[in-house]
Each structure stands twice: as structure tokens, then as C-alpha cells.
Design a protein around this ligand. Structure first.
Ligand code: GDP
Ligand code: MG
Length: 444
């Protein structure tokens, strides 16, 4: 048996983490997916899936040959057999968990931020940010197109994320069926004109995100279990985004009503268009910390070492409660490096806004701030609006949504830029001062 040329041709990681079941395995254990139309049926995934196999023969370019002699291109996890992108074998994965109560704005936030990152990372940061496997990101692409590529006058909505359906994959282990959430995977790598292009192969990362239903984070017995481990990415995440929605907090709502007419603030929502979770967001936060402590084997006084980004959503509603307009300033600046212009995140600006927001939260929800800060070593508070406007009712359907031409997100890319700047060793640079001007001055 020849040694898998997967090793010879690619610069492989020492250990791969499956984005579906989070099992770690050495890359030589990866399964290939048969290409031949005749080779269907997999014991874990069912009769319609193509066979998974450990190859013994390869073509001249190093691709495995299936039992019918077809060259194969796709890989699968040796544990769950689900398809994993080739990039996951080469670039280490940053798992990012997005946690929040039902209706806190997770799906809108996810779609707006990835849409924006697809633009700003290549254009300003000279970082390619692409779907590692377009088919896997299909649902997210649909959300993005709905919000940003639909006809201007249309009223669009992202439907509530369900606890089952096509955002989940089922795997049969003997007599147990296990349901995993669909990962969305991006490849972030320095582009041709990035200052660190020469180190691209070691600096590239895959970024893996999930759109969980808020119900999966509730402290109930069935929301996450061994047969439905839908939030176990919490055990792996390199950055935690907790979405806090002031419009769902009783103490904020009264203050919000003074500054906004957003229909989510109405007390009597007769047609139930603007769902509000009966569960307090603090309870979702403590359930999350309980799960993280359990999966990571943390002791009571251990603190979470990765960044905790408290993303305070629906900023369009409560922006007038913030005492300054600093969030209107672009937190991205540019500088010159060896003749090329590159962008970097102004962490000083982000931290200044975080301080103001922390004071606001401290005034109204001090218990939440103290839970966050006693759980994690590093907490930053970032305000965002995924839509920039309030929802309205579509007169033809009676359902709520956003008019496409009015959608204008605020700071929606900042939490992910911050996380990437902390986790990518300079692929997305950050500075605490205006280094662009400093360099310009030196040149004068
Ligand atoms: N005003 C305002 N409303 C938002 C924003 N993002 C989401 N919403 C509203 O919040 C509701 C819940 O958002 P969604 O992303 O589905 O929440 P999820 O359950 O956490 O995924 C949506 O139906 C929108 O009406 C925002 O940025 N501003
Ligand atoms: Mg959702």
C-alpha cells in the first residue's frame, strides 16, 4: 500500500479538527469520497451518499482512486463521515461560537457580518476571504443575498432558525442517530499584495461558524444532548460572541422606547410578529458558561482564556442611549508598508466604544456585566446593527421584514475583525494608534 500522497502534495496540519463532530484526527486518517456514480451508500450517512473509503491507490496528481478507478477530490471525517473541505486539512481552524437568546439577532448578525467581511477583507486588508466549500455555506449565502442583493423595494426577512431541518446533518452510529449543526466555513489567507504573503501557507486559517437556534442555548434538558450535540463547538471555540439584545431586556426597554419607535419595543404584539424570549439573557449566558466549563473541564474559579466579545445588537434602536457618536467613526485605518497601502483595525477606537458601552450596560444590567467579567479574562463590548433600521410590516403578507434599500449595517464587521486581529498573527493587523500618519511623517 502506498503512503497517502495527501501527505506528499499538501502542507498538512499535524492534527485536523472535524468541523461537524469536533473529533481530532491525524490527516492521514482522512477518508475520501468516491466519485464514481455507482459507488453509493454509506453506513453512517445512508443510501444516497457516496461511499467513503481509505485509499490505496492514487492517480499521478496524487488524487485517490475509488474502487471503479475514478479520481476523487473530496474528503470526509473518519469519525462522522461528513464532508470536510480540503482547506481544513491544511489551514488550522478558528471556531467562533455565536451565542444568544432566541430573537437576539444571531442570524441577521451572521449574514450581515460575513457579507461585509467578504468585501472589506480583500479590499482593505488584502486578505482573501472565501467559502472553503460553497455548498456548505449555501444557507448563509442565501441569507446574504436576501438582505443585500434583493430588489430595492422588497421587504425581506430571515426566518427563525429551527432546531431541525437543513441546517443539521444526521449521522447513524450503530443504533444511535446523532444530529450535528451545519458549519459555515471560510478560508482567510493573505492575498497577493498582503505584507505577509510569503508566509501565506502557515498564516492561512479556516474560520468556522454555526447558526444555532436560540432555543439550543436554553437551560433545558433537550436543547443540547449526546444525540443532538448542537452547541458543542463551545468546547473548541477560539472566540466567543455573546449577543446581548437590549430590546429584550426589561430594564433597557423603557429607555429604548424614549429614543425609538422600533416595533420590537411594543408591549402588546398582537400578531406575534416580534417574538420576545421569555427567558432572561442572563440565564442564556450562565447556561453557556456551564456548558463551556463542562466541555473544557474548567474548575469553578478557572477563567475563560479566549476573547469574549459581547456583541450588543440592534444598535439602530438604542444608539441615542450611547453618550457619544464614536461608533460612527471608521475603526479601520490605513498605513503604508514597503510601498503598499494596507489597513488595520484601530483597537483604541474599538476599546473606547467598548468602555462607553460597558458603562451603559453597567447602569442597567450590572449583573450581566459582572457575570461576563467573572467568567472571561478578556471581555470587550461592541455595539452593532445588522440592518441599521427597524423592521416594518409588509402590507401584502402581514409579516415583518426589512426594506432592502433601507438596510445599512453599523459596525457589523467590527466584532469579527477584532477576533481575527487577535487570532490570526498579523493577517488582520491591529494597532492602538494612527500608525499611518506616523509613517507618512517619517517619510516627509
Ligand atoms: N432593529 C433591528 N432589528 C433587528 C436587527 N437584527 C435583527 N432584528 C430583528 O430581530 C429579529 C430576530 O433576529 P434573528 O437574527 O432572527 O434572531 P436569532 O433568533 O437570534 O437568530 C428579526 O426578526 C428582526 O426583526 C437589527 O440590527 N436592528
Ligand atoms: Mg436565527
Amino acid at each position: 500500500m502506498s503512503k497517502s500522497p495527501v501527505n506528499a502534495k499538501r502542507r498538512l496540519l499535524k492534527t485536523v479538527v472535524c468541523p461537524h463532530c469536533w473529533t481530532s484526527f491525524p490527516p492521514e486518517d482522512v477518508l475520501w469520497i468516491a466519485e464514481s456514480p455507482g459507488l453509493v451508500g454509506d453506513m453512517k450517512l445512508g443510501e444516497t451518499e457516496h461511499e467513503r473509503f481509505l485509499p490505496t491507490e492514487f492517480d499521478l496528481r496524487g488524487f485517490a482512486l475509488d474502487a471503479n478507478g475514478y479520481s476523487c477530490r473530496e474528503f470526509a471525517c473518519p469519525h462522522c463521515h461528513l464532508h470536510i473541505p480540503a482547506a481544513s486539512l491544511e489551514a488550522s481552524t478558528i471556531f467562533m461560537s455565536i451565542v444568544g437568546a432566541p430573537s437576539s439577532g444571531k442570524s441577521y448578525y451572521l449574514a450581515s457580518s460575513t457579507w461585509r467581511l467578504r468585501k472589506i477583507l480583500p479590499k482593505k486588508f488584502k486578505v482573501d476571504f472565501t467559502d472553503a466549500e460553497p455548498e456548505m455555506n449555501r444557507r448563509l449565502q442565501e441569507y446574504e443575498s436576501l438582505q443585500f442583493l434583493s430588489e430595492e423595494d422588497r421587504i425581506v426577512r430571515i426566518d427563525k432558525t429551527e432546531e431541525q431541518g437543513d441546517l443539521y446533518n444526521s449521522v447513524q452510529y450503530d443504533d444511535q442517530t446523532v444530529v450535528y449543526p451545519q458549519p459555515f466555513i471560510f478560508l482567510a489567507s493573505p492575498a497577493r499584495d498582503h505584507p505577509n504573503r510569503s508566509k501565506a501557507s502557515s498564516l492561512s486559517k479556516t474560520v468556522c461558524l454555526y447558526d444555532n437556534a436560540g432555543e439550543s442555548y436554553l437551560p433545558t434538558r433537550d436543547s443540547d444532548s449526546s444525540s443532538s450535540p448542537v452547541t458543542r463547538h463551545l468546547g473548541r471555540c477560539g472566540c466567543l460572541f455573546f449577543l446581548f439584545d437590549p430590546t429584550q431586556d426589561a430594564r433597557f426597554r423603557a429607555a429604548c422606547r424614549v429614543v425609538s419607535n422600533d416595533p420590537q419595543l411594543d408591549e402588546g404584539d398582537r400578531n406575534d410578529e416580534f417574538r420576545r424570549s421569555p427567558i432572561r439573557q442572563e440565564a442564556v449566558f450562565s447556561e453557556m458558561t456551564r456548558r463551556i466549563r463542562a466541555t473544557r473541564g474548567m474548575y469553578m474559579n478557572d477563567r475563560f482564556k479566549e476573547p469574549l466579545v459581547v456583541v450588543v445588537t440592534k444598535l439602530d434602536v438604542w444608539q441615542n442611549l450611547l453618550p457619544s457618536n464614536e461608533f460612527r467613526k471608521d475603526p479601520v485605518s490605513t498605513a503604508y508598508y514597503e510601498g503598499t497601502v494596507y489597513s488595520y483595525l484601530r483597537v483604541d477606537r474599538v476599546k473606547a466604544v467598548s468602555e462607553r458601552l460597558r458603562s451603559l450596560l453597567m447602569k442597567r444590567t450590572p449583573d450581566f456585566v459582572s457575570s461576563a467579567e467573572s467568567f472571561a479574562e478578556e471581555v470587550i463590548y461592541i455595539p452593532v446593527s445588522a440592518t441599521g433600521v427597524s423592521p416594518e410590516i409588509d402590507p401584502t403578507t402581514g409579516r415583518s421584514g426589512f426594506r432592502v434599500k433601507n438596510i445599512n449595517p453599523i459596525w457589523v464587521d467590527v466584532p469579527m475583525l477584532y477576533a481575527l486581529s487577535r487570532l490570526t498573527n498579523g493577517v488582520v493587523p491591529a494597532h492602538s494608534a494612527d500608525v499611518g500618519t506616523a509613517i507618512d511623517r517619517r517619510r516627509e
